[in-house]
Each structure stands twice: as structure tokens, then as C-alpha cells.
Design a protein around this ligand. Structure first.
Ligand code: TRP
Length: 468
């Protein structure tokens, strides 16, 4: 039997697979989202729960996704359909692929808007806007930007065009090039920022906020009503931590599955996945270590929300030597990190259009880009025209709602189904053969994927709706 490969091509080496998957995983989720949700959810305890979710849920599910992708060698929709057939299971499993395509649309639509902020900040930084800037100034710059729908639209459009251009060029020419040098450079710059944070005098406080768990803060949500603290039990930070663990590793929607379908046969899945998860987590924690000392040193609010990094890092760049240069470089690299993630959000849909509709990659990318661009308008308006209460549902703007639905519900649900399929539907012969891994490592994965990961997702869901 000849070895099955994907019609879309194959990564040229194991290293390229790791770079591409790390490029997908490391993105706005690590540098923009992780710090602000950690800030909103009280820090340490949230971070601890997030780390547990990465190890017990994220890593096993990521292994499952890569394994399914490499065995199916097609878009997630068709991979799930053909693997279900191979295992004599029902074809409805292809719905996992469909819901993934939908989640990818949702996420990319607002992801592109935020990446647009980073693009705008490249120009501001290069123009010297941040030199010597203070807290008030930086907030004014941020509010000016997000308050102006036309500017946001221009940046969102540019970022969408950039992403479509890479996806249109295909697996080797497009996706590989973007990631090889940029990820390491971004990491070096984060370390420079940590160096700055160490000199703020608030480094210890930042570390304490991030790493000292206070579980009361997570399970009891307190508000001061007329000067008296009113506390109630709340489960949602646990759901946010789970959702983010799945989001930051790009799981639950087929992105890693489709990347797995381009993976060379001989590569070890387990070792690659552990490395990718480690790098992704490292980047998030280092970003947090750079940001929170700056937050405390400048009397800013850790729970400031989606604007957090855009209102803190410019202060650091404005104060450090050669900050104009470092700041510009940082936002350029942030754009690249977002870029290499964005392409993985639409690759499942593009691969499907090429396989089933016979479209060229260029046409497929154009259609998907256009649809996502339109949906992105809702997120743009969430920060200005539609920011009022009359436009909110459950106290959330369109942007909040889309992020909540996609990241906290659709992705964990997708991950749960992937775990159930890989652990229960697929025979152990099939999964063992694809992993080419035996002994204790395989047994450990199997226990995690059959019992621990699904159970944990279900418990977190039940907890979030208040049943337990
Ligand atoms: N993981 C990326 C980040 O942290 C975002 C991302 C890319 C993603 N592809 C994905 C999230 C697929 C969920 C599913 O920024």
C-alpha cells in the first residue's frame, strides 16, 4: 500500500510542522487575551486552573487532533467522515468538522479586528507617539483608535487581505515562510520587556498576582454594594480558563487536525505536541510577567479588559531607551504572531472548498475572507457605534458574545467530541498504529482521552451553568 498523503501538500520536515503548529498556537491568545482574562479573573488561581487544563485536557486533545488529521489526510470535515466510515461509525461525526468551520469564521472575524489594533500600533509606535507617554496619554490613544469605526475598518480590511494572501498561496509557499524566523524574534522581544518590567519596582507584585493562587477569588465573585462586600459562588472563571486552554492551543475546530494532515508520517506526534504546548504556555506566562508589573507600577486596573496590553506596553516602550525601535518591532511581531494564527483558522474551510467544490485555493480564500470580513463589522462596532447597553445581550457586546460563544462553548464542545471519537469510537489498533507509540505513554494518553479530558470538560460545563 502506498502511503496516504494530502492533496494539498505536506510540510517539508518535522521542524516545519512544529513551527507551523506553534505559529498557529502562539498568537493574540497568548499576548493579548491571556493577560487580560487573567486580570479580569483575579490572577493566580485562574492561571493555576488554566495550567491544569493545558496539561490534562489540552495536550491529550491536541495529540488526538494531530493523529486524526494525519490518518485522514483531508479537511477536518472529510477526515471525520472517512475515519468514521473506517471505524464503522455514523457519518454524523463529520459535524465536528462543520462546527469547527463555523467556529473558525467566528473567531477570525474578531481576531482580525484586534490584529488591526496591533497594525495601527505599529504606525503609532514608529511615529514616536509613545515616546514619554503617560497613563492618561496612552488611554487617549487607545480610545481614539477603537472609537473610530472607519479606522478600525481600514486596519481590519488590511489584516484580512494579508491573511487571505498567505492562505491562497498554499501549504508550502504560503504558510511555512511566515513562521520560521518571526516566532523566535517575538520571544526575544518579550524577554526584553520582562527586563524592563523587572526595573519597574513592581516585578514581585506582578509575579505574585500571576502565580499566587487565591481560590476564593475564583469561586467567590465579590462586588461592593453600598460599601458592603456581597459575594456569590461563581463558576464561570473556570469555564473561561478551560476555554482559553483550548483556544490558545488552537484546538476544537480542526485547525490542528488540518495541520496534522500535512504532517510527514515518521514524525513523533507525542513529542511534537508536548513541545508545542510547552512553547505556547511559556509565551503566555512571559507576556504576563512583562505586563502585570507595568500595570501595577502605573496604577492601572488588571481587569481593564481587551485594551489591557494596548494601554500598558506603550508606557514601557515610551520610557525605555530605543523604545521607539523596540515598540515598533514588538507590534510588527505581534502582527506576525496573529497572522500565523489567522491562517490556521480558515485552512479547514479552504481545504474543504478545494476538496468538495473543486475551487482553486485562491477562490476559496477569497470567498472565506469576504464572509469573515463582513462578520467582523459587528466586532468593530462593538467598540463604538454598538457599545451602548441597548446593543448588548446578557451584558455582552457583539464582540464579547462571539468570543464567549466560540471560545468558551464551541471549542470545548468540539474538543470533547474529538476526545470521544479518538478514545471511544476509534479502535485502539488504529490510534496506536498512527501514534507509533506503545507502552506507558500510549496507555497514559488513552486514559486521559477516554476519561479525564471528556469528564473535565463536562464538569466545567455543568459547573458553568450552575448545576454543580
Ligand atoms: N491559538 C491562537 C491564539 O492563541 C488562535 C487560534 C488560531 C485558534 N487557530 C485557532 C483558536 C483555532 C482556536 C482554534 O491566538
Amino acid at each position: 500500500m502506498t502511503e496516504k498523503t494530502s492533496i494539498h501538500g505536506q510540510w517539508s520536515s518535522r521542524l516545519i510542522f512544529i513551527l507551523a503548529a506553534t505559529g498557529s498556537a502562539v498568537g493574540l491568545g497568548n499576548i493579548w487575551k491571556f493577560p487580560y482574562i487573567a486580570g479580569e479573573n483575579g490572577g493566580g488561581a485562574f492561571v493555576a486552573i488554566y495550567l491544569i487544563c493545558i496539561a490534562a485536557i489540552g495536550v491529550p486533545i491536541m495529540m488526538a487532533e494531530v493523529m486524526l488529521g494525519r490518518r485522514g489526510r483531508q479537511s477536518p470535515i472529510n477526515t471525520m467522515r472517512s475515519l468514521a466510515k473506517e471505524e464503522n461509525a455514523n457519518a454524523v461525526w463529520s459535524l465536528v468538522g462543520w462546527s469547527g468551520v463555523l467556529a473558525g469564521f467566528f473567531i477570525l472575524s474578531y481576531y482580525s479586528v484586534i490584529a488591526g489594533w496591533a497594525l495601527a500600533y505599529v504606525i503609532r509606535s514608529a511615529g514616536g507617539v509613545f515616546n514619554g507617554i503617560d497613563t492618561v496619554g496612552v488611554q487617549a490613544v487607545f480610545n481614539d483608535l477603537v472609537g473610530d469605526p472607519e479606522r478600525l475598518l481600514a486596519w481590519h480590511t488590511l489584516f484580512m487581505l494579508m491573511s487571505m494572501a498567505v492562505v491562497a498561496r498554499g501549504v508550502r509557499a504560503g504558510l511555512e515562510k511566515a513562521v520560521t524566523y518571526l516566532m523566535p524574534a517575538l520571544f526575544v522581544l518579550l524577554i526584553v520587556l520582562v527586563g524592563y518590567a523587572m526595573n519597574t519596582g513592581y516585578f514581585a507584585q506582578g509575579l505574585e498576582f500571576l502565580f499566587q493562587p487565591d481560590f476564593n477569588r475564583v469561586f467567590y465573585h465579590c462586588e461592593s454594594v453600598a460599601g458592603i462586600a456581597q459575594c456569590e459562588l461563581s463558576g464561570s472563571p473556570v469555564l473561561v480558563a478551560l476555554g482559553h486552554a483550548v483556544f490558545t492551543l488552537s484546538l476544537g475546530m480542526g485547525a490542528i487536525m488540518v495541520y496534522g494532515s500535512y504532517m510527514p508520517k515518521k514524525t513523533s506526534i507525542a513529542r511534537s505536541v508536548v513541545l508545542i504546548a510547552f512553547l505556547d504556555t511559556l509565551v503566555a506566562l512571559v507576556a504576563g510577567m512583562a505586563i502585570f508589573p507595568i500595570v501595577f507600577a502605573n496604577g492601572l486596573e488588571p481587569g481593564a479588559g481587551p485594551g489591557l496590553i494596548f494601554q500598558t506596553l506603550p508606557i514601557a516602550f515610551g520610557a525605555m531607551p530605543a523604545g521607539q525601535f523596540f515598540g515598533t518591532l514588538f507590534f510588527v511581531l505581534l502582527v506576525f504572531a496573529a497572522w500565523s494564527s489567522a491562517i490556521s483558522l480558515i485552512e479547514p474551510a479552504v481545504a474543504w472548498l478545494v476538496e468538495n467544490r473543486g475551487m482553486s485555493r485562491i477562490r476559496a480564500a477569497a470567498w472565506i475572507g469576504l464572509t469573515t470580513w463582513v462578520l467582523g463589522l459587528g466586532s468593530i462596532f462593538s467598540f463604538n457605534l454598538w457599545s451602548g447597553d441597548e446593543y448588548k445581550l446578557f451584558e455582552m457586546t457583539f464582540f464579547d458574545l462571539l468570543d464567549y460563544l466560540a471560545a468558551n462553548i464551541m471549542l470545548p464542545a468540539g474538543g470533547l467530541l474529538i476526545a470521544l471519537f479518538a478514545g471511544w469510537v476509534m479502535s485502539s489498533q488504529s490510534s496506536r498504529a498512527e501514534f507509533a507509540m506503545g507502552g506507558v505513554a500510549y496507555q497514559l494518553w488513552r486514559v486521559l482521552i477516554r476519561f479525564i479530558s471528556p469528564l473535565a470538560v463536562v464538569l466545567v460545563f455543568l459547573n458553568a451553568v450552575g448545576i454543580i
